[in-house]
Design a binder for this molecule. Structure first.
Ligand code: HEM
Ligand code: HEM
Length: 185
């Protein structure tokens, strides 16, 4: 087991990590439930939320990938040997599945020319016959992403509660320091 040095990820990286996690869970849940909403304007609204949050995740993901490839803070490895290789493979797997799920979702939205809250529609681009297979691939990628994210979260909790090595703390949201005037009062 490797003890961490107390260094943390940058504030922006932590924000992007948790924004990604929340958006993935909300998108997966809304994708599973939207068709249970009665057909009509309410179902259109439910799917519209999925699409708008999907575009938000696409933006967060691009920002995150830029952070990953340009001058991010390098922290010491959390594990060693085979465990470290597995942890890194899981991180690459998460990025690949995020890219695949988001890309297939975006292609799907344009192939369908989806309506957004019945106010506007995306332009319909490409062969409409592709809707069914693309939706199946999108769902498969989404399910694999959620499965790997659950294993990843369980590993983070093992670090926190069993190994007690400070790995979760370096990705935990930071409290802003209280303004000086308040601490003096
Ligand atoms: C859908 C949910 C999630 C996704 C997609 C996700 C994705 C990722 C990715 C890609 C990294 C690697 C960051 C990098 O170095 O580039 C990472 C790091 C990390 N994640 Fe998550 N994560 C999710 C949920 C969680 C949850 C729920 C926890 C805590 C219970 C967690 C704890 C951590 C920690 C502690 C690290 C840093 C690991 C280290 O420093 O080696 N993640 N996450
Ligand atoms: C990690 C992010 C995402 C997850 C976890 C996710 C999850 C899902 C799930 C579970 C379904 C249901 C599939 C089915 O019923 O067979 C779905 C459908 C769909 N998603 Fe996503 N999605 C994500 C991102 C996106 C993005 C970025 C877009 C594009 C804006 C998008 C567009 C769609 C479309 C067009 C459908 C089909 C809608 C329909 O059946 O009428 N998704 N998604």
């Amino acid at each position: 087991m490797t003890k961490t040095t107390g260094e943390r990820y940058e504030r922006a990286a932590i924000g992007l990590h948790w924004a990604t996690a929340v958006l993935v869970i909300v998108l997966w849940t809304s994708g599973q439930l939207a068709d249970l909403v009665p057909k009509g304007p309410l179902r259109t609204d439910a799917w519209s939320c999925h699409f708008v949050l999907g575009f938000a995740l696409a933006a967060v993901l691009i920002w995150r990938l830029v952070w990953r490839v340009t001058g991010r803070r390098r922290l010491p490895p959390a594990d060693s040997g085979l465990l470290q290789i597995l942890a890194e493979a899981a991180h690459y797997g998460l990025y690949l599945l995020l890219i695949a799920t988001v890309a297939l979702g975006l292609v799907n939205a344009f192939v369908r020319g989806v309506s957004l809250f019945d106010l506007a529609s995306l332009p319909q681009i490409g062969d409409r016959e592709l809707r069914k297979p693309i939706t199946e691939w999108h769902e498969l990628a989404a399910n694999l992403l959620l499965g790997l994210a659950l294993i990843h979260s369980a590993a983070a909790l093992v670090h926190h509660y069993i190994l007690k090595d400070g790995v979760l703390a370096r990705m935990a949201p930071q409290r802003r320091p209280a303004p000086k005037a308040l601490t003096d009062a």
